[in-house]
Design a protein around this ligand. Structure first.
Ligand SMILES: [Zn+2]
Length: 340
């Protein structure tokens, strides 16, 4: 998809288009930012732009692809001979993969102007693989562009990072997610705002899950936090376990609890509460939110928000995610119960 069709990511797109116009592309980029927000999509737009055949190969690059020529279509479907996408094999990118890549990029591009390499989840390179990649970055072969994609730039070998031009990606706004949802699938219009809010700028998540699933997931949190159901402790521990399986899931849980607290705070301090979470004044769980708001005071809500912030930062240091979620959920539950 050419840059012109991408919704959001204005800043990264502007930087790349400027480099295209000035013919000053870097050999290597590091695209970093949360998972599921569209980093790979922008990388592919760049791949299309550098190898688009709408203009003769020897002419100066345009700052965007046509999106229609055969080179663009092959890049889109990832069948272009000069397009390489490296994914982790199992849980990591291994040295064998980087060595194979090393050999491949010694050769001239086969059809386009550049060999274009995307390294997905670059943080999964083990040390050997990262060191092999470092060699490539130290003496980059001409006519090759590498894009490392990661949600965890701080876990990548600093010497690798320092040889890449870093471009930060931020989640889309709710409006942008809504626009995309409208474009991409037949989402019930009355649900658009809610799905966009629950997906929190992660278009990947919004598209992947159907509104009902997202909503069901969210309601599960809401109910367990309020603890109306029986056997709730087991449920709570089960929920912590479920959301501890990877970092992204844990972040999602933290953001949801954060949104829930934000709505509670809104109820507390506004005479006419409008719910941040849903952008509407009467989400399905409005009654429950109102009930919960009577059981937590502003200081308690702020304290939980700080705890979430602390856990979020600690995730980068590989804390025990399940334990952290359990403690957070139990503390909230306990505080609500005590007030009941
Ligand atoms: Zn084209």
């Amino acid at each position: 998809m050419p840059f012109k069709n991408i919704i959001g990511h204005e800043r990264p797109t502007r930087i790349l288009k400027t480099a295209l116009r000035r013919n000053s592309l870097a050999h290597a980029y590091l695209f970093y930012g949360e998972e599921g927000i569209g980093k790979r999509l922008v990388a592919k737009a760049l791949a299309q732009a550098v190898n688009c055949a709408a203009k003769p190969l020897e002419e100066h690059l345009a700052d965007d692809a046509c999106g229609e020529c055969s080179a663009c279509l092959h890049t889109e479907s990832e069948t272009h001979p000069d397009f390489v996408s490296l994914e982790p094999e199992g849980t990591m990118i291994k040295i064998g993969q980087v060595r194979a890549l090393q050999e491949q990029i010694q050769l001239k591009p086969m059809a386009g102007r550049y060999r274009f390499v995307i390294l997905n989840e670059a943080e999964t390179m083990n040390e050997e693989a990262a060191n092999a990649l470092l060699k490539v970055l130290e003496e980059p072969p001409g006519q090759t562009i590498l894009v490392l994609i990661t949600s965890q730039p701080h876990t990548i070998l600093p010497t690798v990072v320092s040889r890449c031009q870093k471009i930060r990606f931020t989640p889309l706004t709710e409006q942008q997610v809504m626009m995309l949802l409208k474009q991409k699938k037949s989402c019930d219009p009355s649900q658009l705002g809610r799905v966009a809010a629950l997906a929190m700028g992660r278009i990947g998540l919004a598209l992947e899950l159907d509104p009902k699933t997202l909503e069901a997931e969210w309601l599960k949190f809401s109910q367990i936090l309020l603890g109306d159901s029986s056997g709730d402790m087991e449920e709570l521990l089960g929920l912590a376990q479920e959301y501890a399986h990877d970092r992204e899931a844990t972040q999602r849980a933290l953001q949801w609890i954060g949104l829930w607290l934000r709505d509670l705070l809104t109820i507390k301090i506004q005479s006419k509460p409008s719910f941040v979470l849903t952008g509407s004044s009467s989400p399905p769980e409005a009654d429950e939110l109102l009930k919960a708001s009577t059981k937590l005071d502003v200081e308690e809500i702020m304290a939980f928000a700080s705890l979430i912030h602390w856990i979020w930062k600690a995730l980068a240091r590989n804390i025990n995610r399940q334990l952290a979620l359990e403690v957070l959920l139990m503390q909230i539950r306990h505080t609500i119960k005590r007030a009941s």
